[in-house]
Design a binder for this molecule. Structure first.
Ligand code: C2E
Ligand code: CA
Ligand code: CA
Length: 862
């Protein structure tokens, strides 16, 4: 072997002093290299040189350069004198081509050879461990890679080597359980099993037993173990037998533990959710279907099948055939559209079931693409028939209710209309007026304008009603309403408020002549109306009241117009009157009087006074006329002019008549008893009383001796009057032997015909005709004619108002039968009568009259 030139001198020197170890290593399998103090390799054996593919040490660089750069740090440590000999070092040497190989290196400091040539500073002994080292590294590498993979996958590694009594648990295995890397792990099974959930212990123990007995080479099971924090974690344990002992039993088992708590919880949630869903579907009777849109394969759950009344799931075509023909096109279009748009959609349609029953189905479906990329449609159907029918039922009910409401509304409007209108004339009624006039008053107050009320009362309406019947009366009212309607302006309001009473409200009548309006009404009402061939004449009286601006009081206006009407009627009818404040004062007085009158009637303060009547020829007392007097508590004895009119308005004259009649019958009976010699009494009967259907009955209850009583009826009563009640009352009077006398004859218009029809017992020539006879020959002629008529009809004639002896003389001369007047006697109370009769004083006056009579006769005949 050729020596490298660099090493020759050393080798020369070494040869001289060749140390023993040189020979020891010459043929050794261990490598040998000697280094000088500077680290140069001064000597090396073949085993050392071979891996470097050189033959002489001088071919090698410094030792440091022969070591892999990666191990040079280790080398520096290893070559330190203090540690050099401590242990062999595993280091990598490096060949010139860069390839490395592992050696086990020991460093020895040899003793100095001699002072002049001390020899090498360090001896390196190497053992080639390259292959073993590489194998070991590879294994370790492989193991650590696995571990790493398992650990990073969250799997804890465990390794039970029973043969060596070695139990290994990886970091992750510990982390799963909340253990730190150096926390002790419970080695005894008995102790460890306590940390397993009680419900899982038996199962876990059985699994471990199976593993350890070798029953199963591989096992996987899950259980709950308590985490160090106290909560339960789910663990999935996988284990496999890795080595078997000589007895054939497993001697080493290794595996992984995985924390599957989250998965378990997810599974639990899923299970719960599907339980709920199942329950919900079941309760709500919702069926679920799924269609593979590529193959048209259909999957239905039992509820779907039930809803469609089938026994098994149909294919898609069958489903389409179940659709109601009217709904199919729309329902199918909806499905296509939904799938096309890739959005969930609702649908509603009818189906015809196998048994022919029609059901309403509602549904919702959503297209989706599954994991395999297959387009599918998933959806739910439910039977909405009851719902739809209920809706239909509700709609019908609602329509019905609406229709009914309309009817009710119409009825209500009708009722309201009737409640506010007079059915005969169609005019607003009293209620309507009350409401409307308040509104009009409000408006006028705000506008500061005038509001007028015309109260209209038909004259003689009652007579038409009584004589021609109610139909005629109705016709007249309708006529009157039409007349008022024609006169009504746009702002006016006309109402019928009672039998024959109307109210005309004239709003905004500032520039209107109310008198002209009233006159127009009176004029129009005066025009005759024909009914069934009869010409009916009636008229109207109008009372007017008006107010302006803020002072307007609707109620007061109505009252005032009524008062004005009252005056219009009193002043002769067929006319109008304005309400004025002075007659309001009058009204107040009348009101007081009216109250007093009613009180007086109650207290029987109306009593008869008597005015004697005399036979014109003999001047004997013929009888007495009863005249009502009011014995007023403060004003003394009052004559009829103070109360009769008001009593008439109060409608209580009949009551006064009756009181007076009863009292006079009593007086008459008393005179009879005393033998005073009053032949008869004549009482005044008001026209009201004559029209009273009760009169006949009331007379029958009185004790009336025939021919002792006569009734004075006003001539005006007989004007065309043929009221049935009046005729009946007259007949009854005749039956009771009561004479009828016509009072105030000559002032009214009683025709001879009606006179003949009525056949009264006597006529009383009115005072107004009697009075002028003294001075007027024409008047004397008129009275003479009346006497003639009476005589020809066999009716006695009475002259009233005989005031002077001249009157006595003339009336006697003209042929009057009976005389009455101040010239002979004034009215007197009942108790004055006997004395008056006894004194016979009137004959003195009459005597004067006798002389006067002759005088007058002479004067006239001249
Ligand atoms: P009359 O029926 O014409 O009664 C006669 C009236 O003439 C009485 O007035 C009487 O006092 C008055 N008188 C009698 N002689 C004369 C005379 O010579 N000259 C004048 N100027 N007058 C004379 P009186 O009592 O005030 O009665 C007025 C009217 O009241 C009566 O008029 C009668 O229509 C009515 N009246 C009186 N009493 C009653 C009654 O009880 N019932 C009814 N319904 N009316 C009565
Ligand atoms: Ca009279
Ligand atoms: Ca009279």
């Amino acid at each position: 072997m050729a020596k490298p030139p660099g090493s020759t001198s050393i080798a020369m020197r070494e040869t001289e002093h060749e140390p023993f170890w040189r020979r020891l290593f010459a043929r050794s399998g261990f490598g040998y290299a000697a280094l000088d103090g500077k680290g140069h390799i001064v000597d090396a054996n073949t085993a050392f040189l071979r891996p470097f593919a050189v033959t002489a040490a001088s071919d090698l660089p410094d030792f440091t350069a022969c070591v892999s750069p990666r191990d040079r740090a280790v080398l520096a440590l290893a070559m330190r004198p203090s540690v050099a000999e401590q242990a062999p070092w595993e280091i990598r040497l490096q060949r010139p081509d860069g390839e490395e190989f592992w050696v086990l290196a020991s460093f020895i400091e040899p003793p100095a050879l001699s002072k002049e040539s001390p020899g090498p500073a360090l001896i390196v002994q190497t053992l080639d461990i390259d292959e073993r080292k590489r194998n070991a590294l590879e294994l370790a590498e492989r193991e650590s890679r696995w571990n790493h993979a398992l650990e990073s996958a969250g799997q804890g590694v465990w390794d039970h080597d029973f043969a060596r009594g070695d139990l290994f648990y990886s970091r992750q295995w510990r982390a799963i359980r909340g253990l730190q890397p150096d926390d002790p792990v419970e080695a005894s099974l008995d102790a460890w099993i306590q940390s397993v959930h009680p419900d899982d212990r038996a199962h876990v123990l059985a699994q471990i037993a199976r593993q350890e007995t070798g029953e199963a080479a591989f096992s996987i099971f899950s259980y709950r173990e308590r985490h160090r924090d106290g909560h339960w974690i789910w663990i999935e344990s996988r284990g496999a037998v890795v080595e078997y002992g000589e007895d054939g039993k497993p001697s080493r088992i290794a595996g992984t533990d995985t924390d599957i708590t989250e998965r378990k919880e997810a599974e639990e949630r899923l299970a719960q959710m599907s339980r709920r869903l199942e329950l919900a579907l079941d309760i709500s009777r919702i069926g679920v279907f799924e269609v593979n849109l590529r193959t048209d394969e259909v999957r239905w759950d039992d509820r779907m099948i039930e809803i469609y009344g089938l026994t098994q799931a149909p294919d898609n075509a069958t489903w389409e055939r179940t659709l109601h023909p009217e709904d199919a096109p729309r329902a199918l279009a909806r499905v296509s559209e939904g799938i096309l748009q890739g959005r969930d959609f609702a649908n509603e349609f009818r189906i015809v079931r196998g048994d022919g029953e029609i059901r309403h189905i509602r549904g919702r479906a959503a297209p989706y693409v599954d994991m395999a990329g297959v387009p599918r449609l998933i959806g739910a159907n439910w039977d909405a028939t009851d719902d739809v029918r209920l809706q239909e039922e509700l709609k019908r009910a609602r329509d019905l209710a609406e229709a009914r409401n309309e009817q009710l509304e119409a009825a209500r409007a009708r009722i309201e209309y009737t409640a506010l209108h007079d059915h005969l004339t169609g005019l607003p009624n009293r209620r309507y007026l009350d409401a409307a006039i308040e509104g009009a008053a409000q408006d006028a107050r705000q506008a500061g304008s005038r509001l007028a009320v015309l109260h209209i009362d038909l004259d003689r309406f009652k007579e038409i009603n009584d004589t021609l019947g109610h139909i005629a009366g109705d016709r007249m009212l309708v006529h009157a309403a039409r007349v008022l309607g024609e006169l009504k302006g746009p702002d006016d309001f006309v109402a019928r408020i009672g039998g024959d009473e109307f109210v005309f409200v004239s709003a905004g009548s500032a520039g209107r002549n109310l008198a002209m309006l009233a006159e127009a009404i009176v004029e129009a009402m005066r025009k005759p109306v024909t009914f069934n061939g009869h010409i009916c004449r009636f008229g109207a009286s109008v009372g007017i009241a008006s107010q302006s601006g803020a002072a307007i009081d609707a109620r007061q206006l109505l009252v005032n117009a009524d008062l004005a009407l009252y005056r219009a009627k009193n002043r002769g009818r067929s006319r109008h009157e304005f309400f004025t404040s002075d007659f309001q004062a009058q009204i107040i007085v009348n009101k007081q009087t009216a109250d007093d009158i009613l009180c007086g009637i109650e207290q029987r303060r109306f009593l008869p006074w008597y005015q004697p009547q005399f036979c014109a020829r003999t001047l004997d007392i013929f009888g007495v006329e009863t005249l009502a007097r009011w014995d007023h508590p403060t004003r003394g004895i009052l004559t009829p002019d103070t109360f009769l009119k008001i009593a008439e308005d109060l409608d209580c004259v009949a009551m006064i008549d009756r009181t007076v009649l009863e009292a006079s019958l009593a007086d008459f009976a008393e005179w009879e008893r005393l033998g005073v010699g009053i032949g008869k009494i004549s009482a005044n009967v008001s026209s009201k009383r004559l029209h009273d259907p009760e009169l006949a009955h009331s007379l029958r209850t009185l004790d009336i001796r025939p021919k002792s009583l006569s009734f004075e009826l006003l001539e005006s009563i007989f004007l065309d009057d043929c009221d049935r009640t009046v005729l009946e009352n007259l007949a009854e009077m005749r039956k009771l032997g009561i004479d009828i006398e016509i009072d105030d004859f000559g002032t009214g218009h009683a025709s001879i015909v009606s006179l003949m029809k009525l056949r009264p017992r006597r006529l009383k020539i009115d005072r107004q005709l009697v009075k002028p006879v003294v001075r007027s020959p024409g008047q004397r002629k008129l009275v003479g004619t009346i006497v003639e008529i009476g005589r020809s009809l066999n009716i006695e004639v009475i002259a009233e108002g005989v005031e002077t002896p001249a009157h006595i003389a003339i009336m006697r001369d003209l042929g009057c039968d009976i005389l009455q007047g101040y010239a002979l006697a004034r009215p007197m109370p009942a108790d004055a009568i006997p004395g008056f009769v006894e004194r016979q004083e009137w004959r003195v006056h009459a005597g004067n009259a006798h002389d006067l009579q002759n005088e007058i006769r002479r004067a006239i005949s001249r």
